[in-house]
Design a binder for this molecule. Sequence first.
Ligand code: C5P
Length: 205
Amino acid sequence: MIIAVDGPAASGKGTIARALAKHYRLPHLDTGLLYRAVAENVRRMELDPTIEADAVAASNFPDDMLDDAALRSDDAGQRASIVSEHPLVRAALLQRQRKFANQPGGAVLDGRDIGTVIAPDADAKLFVKATPQIRARRRHGELRERGSTISLDKVLADIRARDLRDTGRNAAPLVMAADAGILDTSFLSIEAAVIRAIELVERQL
Ligand code: C5P
């Protein structure tokens, strides 16, 4: 069984994907981490993220980079959305994601283009959304907990910039798959959102 979970930054898709993976006992891949790792590798190699060949050269990152706490920062997310605009970077990461999705028994993947590009034949698809203000408040809280002093306004501006880049790019833009179940988490607790997510998955099986 393949479950595809897509949505914008800080919509709750990661939390929901992890909960679904636990519920259905499936492995889970946060595909945003792959783009974050490319971006971090670009930085370490002192390359230019806006140049496609530079970003491609950095897509061969070591596996252990995925565990690096630096990938979780707001800045890494912004830079990830810059490298993710390059079609050749997306192509370089495609097989890895497809292989994960098609492993025996299935998997849960979350990202921006899982239901549209990586696993268009997924057994269940969710599109998780929430208002930019609510997403900013959540992300701000998380970053604060990790010791960041970033302001709520800056987080909101970053979220809006990332939304624009993710929805406006030519290569695999963030769009809802026509057959995805919509889950608006704006006014739901995590527990309520997970229950609703399971209902939406069950309805598609
Ligand atoms: O989900 P996360 O915030 O970690 O993703 C970081 C960035 O990576 C996103 O803003 C998006 O530009 C890119 N991304 C993508 N396709 C995916 C997952 C993430 O383009 N499947």
